[in-house]
Design a protein around this ligand. Sequence first.
Ligand code: ADP
Length: 180
Amino acid sequence: MSERAASGERVRLIKGDITKLAVAAIVNAANSSLLGGGGVDGAIHRAAGPELLAECRTLGGCPPGEARLTRGYRLRAAHVIHTVGPVWEGGGARESQILESCYRSSLEIAKRERFREIAFPAIATGVYGFPKEEAARIALAAVRSHLAREEWPRRVLFTCFDEETLSAYRQALAGAPQPP
Ligand code: ADP
């Protein structure tokens, strides 16, 4: 299922499993070790196979708000962009800025690599506990601001694993000002 977001062809909401998508890159909500974990991270590593962990071991981790690129191995996606979200500590520990930086850093890699289409999960909204609606607003604003300036990636998919996440994105889209 795919919905066209109000900003037109370049942003879409999808309900489903990010590991199934045949895009240039899927984004992983990793932890700073980059050595795998639960949630979407575990699902991506299971689907990609052990070669992904082997490549991640060579990277030496990643600080919150930054992103690293690997190949996709057994995934249908050719690449994985691993980014590390903030652990929610109540909102006073720069969580919003770190989350925004996750989206910006991932989009910068997609721009540099000229990836046509990339897919994000709802970074930090699972085990890391970031409130879903605020996270959706931050994600949408960061993506729109990048796409307004840049040609690459051509398209961004927000992959919503559950109804609650989908509804948070729908609300963010409804509340956000439309670009000209
Ligand atoms: P974090 O540790 O950054 O909070 P989680 O993996 O716990 O990461 O959760 C991030 C989001 O990813 C949550 O909305 C969760 O429901 C979602 N998620 C979990 N598995 C998948 C999947 N296979 N595809 C897409 N999203 C997923």
